[in-house]
Design a binder for this molecule. Structure first.
Ligand code: ADP
Length: 202
């Protein structure tokens, strides 16, 4: 912290906010290739949480790359900064008591490790949406693979830029053998206990 930045002692902490909401807050981080199904699955998870009365917010390319990160490219250094800023935003969201979902390719292992440091280990749930590059290219939801093959896009993950798959994700979803609803249920089941706020928790 800068030497002239002195934190103020606010009386309402994350503990009070959790108590008010009646549930814990943490980050559900979806990683995987473009078109793997991150946003599709996150969307269904968020609807299910909403129906349970859980306060949520989803961070994705649409609300981040067009706003806070609109100055960043897809170069390795900017990708790292992209993820760092998202993690800092997520950290504030968690402090605010919101279950935060984040759907980003996030291809580098070291960047995902850094998220864990920023939001704290216990608040980080890594969800690997594992879909083969062949299937992602076949789906080509945004037409990006076609463009990448034509050489119109640089640094396309899976084509001209690497994807470092998580080795020990908290949850792995193989979308070629799992429906969207099954995937969402698997995630809900995993976080069920984590969501419960106990009155004496800090
Ligand atoms: P991403 O957010 O990872 O870039 P999207 O969610 O935008 O990917 O796109 C994934 C596409 O794959 C969607 O069109 C979705 O309907 C399709 N899809 C097919 N099967 C599945 C599945 N089992 N899980 C997730 N998405 C699937």
């Amino acid at each position: 912290m800068g030497k002239n930045i002195v934190p103020h002692d606010y009386q309402i902490s994350s503990k009070e906010r959790k108590k008010l909401k009646g549930h814990n807050a943490f980050l559900l981080w979806f990683t995987g290739l473009s078109g793997s199904g991150k946003s599709t699955i996150a969307n269904v998870v968020e609807q299910k949480l909403y129906n349970l009365g859980i306060h949520t917010y989803t961070l994705d390319g649409d609300n981040i790359r067009t706003g806070i990160n609109k100055d960043l490219s897809f170069s390795p250094i900017d990708r790292t900064e992209n993820i760092r800023r998202i993690a800092e935003v997520a950290s504030l969201m968690i402090d605010a008591g919101v279950v935060t979902l984040a759907a980003f390719v996030s291809p580098y292992k070291k960047d995902r490790e850094n998220i864990k440091t920023i939001v704290k280990d216990v608040n980080f749930v890594e969800i690997y949406i594992n879909t083969s590059i062949e299937e992602c290219e076949r789906r080509d939801v945004k037409g990006l693979y076609k463009k990448a093959r034509l050489g119109e896009i640089e640094n396309m993950t899976g084509i001209s830029a690497p994807y470092e798959a998580p080795v020990h994700p908290d949850i792995e979803i193989k979308t070629e053998e799992t429906t969207v609803d099954e995937a969402a249920e698997k995630i809900l089941k995993f976080i069920q206990k984590k969501l419960k706020y106990k009155i004496n928790e800090t």
